[in-house]
Design a protein around this ligand. Structure first.
Ligand code: X2X
Length: 338
């Protein structure tokens, strides 16, 4: 019996209508050589699970879909790669919804300050209505997005100068934020001096003192070795953020339907596993980062949230996102923010 790529694919997605997969005489070359980019180093669970996913995709499509991973902003800073994704220069891209809001304004809604109390609430929301709302917005903007969002994590604040214990500690503080109006607005509301800098330049910006601090989840602090250029790590938990796995619409549409199903299945399974990895890491990272020299402090989030409310942050963003989106957010977290 000869097993063709087509029959393997048909077996993998029985019933799906397969477009022609086989070019006679080209049995070995991948028909679809695609790229996926992200900003994270290879050791981050995102890239570990992505590597598994692209291997499984290659196997299950019998070599037809060959996706190469470009970690650590190798293809450019996030806001540049977003442009490449739109033009088709890169076929897949993992990106923070909050940064994606530079193209899809309401995609950033998960990043509203102090909205999520814990991971249970995050996953219910992002696998539920809030995630579905965001994906609808992303698709309306002409991009493809996989169902499952990958974890980045709850964001904490680091500085080279002092622990952040109360909102006043952020007054006038020079802090790097990713490129996004929501991030700038959040730290401006605390009276800080936020500077929009792509992740690709964060280490250097901290090293050269362009900024005195930054904020990221613990897993990123670890893989980016930020203890080398930062001292204090304050558990502000001010935002939860993830990574949508985005696709270029033309490149996606070029894949036969059964191949699309294989790709989506493995990307979504990768997200599930990556979430578990990051959660497991969270349990040990504090001790690990302390050993590397970070000085931790816990923070009461309430005064920070109060300060945002007082500064009109929630009222402003409710207006920006609109009532429909805001109601979905409030329903997901079970309380009113504005
Ligand atoms: O740029 C960041 O700080 C990072 C890595 O957390 C995001 O992708 C939003």
């Amino acid at each position: 019996m000869t097993i063709t790529r087509r029959s393997v694919l048909m077996g993998a997605a029985a019933g799906a209508l397969a477009a022609p997969f086989i070019r006679p005489g080209a049995a070995r070359a991948a028909e679809f050589s695609y790229k996926i980019a992200n900003n994270q180093p290879l050791e981050h669970p995102s890239n570990v699970r992505l590597a598994e996913a692209v291997k499984a995709i290659l196997e299950e499509t019998s070599g037809a879909v060959d996706i190469q991973i470009f970690p650590s902003n190798q293809l450019g800073a996030d806001t540049d790669v977003l442009g490449q994704l739109r033009s088709g220069g890169v076929e897949f891209f993992q990106l923070s919804p909050v940064i994606l809001s530079t193209l899809v304004p309401n995609a950033s809604i998960n990043g509203v300050g102090f909205a999520f109390p814990d991971y249970d609430t995050v996953w219910k929301a992002m696998d539920g209505e809030l995630g579905a709302y965001a994906r609808g917005q992303i698709e309306n903007a002409g991009l493809v997005v996989m169902d499952k969002i990958w974890d980045n994590g709850f964001r904490q604040t680091t500085t080279s100068t002092k622990p952040i214990q109360a909102p006043e500690d952020l007054q006038g503080f020079k802090i790097r934020v990713p490129v996004s109006p929501l991030w700038t607005s959040l730290f401006s509301a605390f009276g800080a001096a936020p500077a929009s800098i792509n992740f690709a330049e964060v280490y250097t910006a901290l090293q050269t003192g362009i900024v005195d601090g930054q904020e990221n989840p613990l897993a990123i602090m670890k893989v980016a070795k930020l203890w080398e250029v930062q001292k204090y790590l304050s558990m502000t938990n001010h935002m939860w953020d993830g990574f949508w796995l985005l696709g270029n619409r033309r490149a996606w549409g070029a894949l036969p339907e059964d191949a699309q199903q294989v790709v989506a299945k493995h990307f979504n399974e990768g997200a599930d596993r990556q979430r578990e990895d990051v959660m497991a890491l969270n349990a040990t990272l504090r001790g690990d980062l302390e050993e590397h020299g970070f000085v931790f402090n816990d923070v009461d989030p309430q005064p920070f949230e109060d300060k945002l409310r007082e500064a009109g942050f929630y009222a402003e963003w409710k207006k920006t996102y609109g009532d429909e989106a805001w109601e979905i957010l409030e329903a997901a977290i079970g309380r009113k923010l504005a």
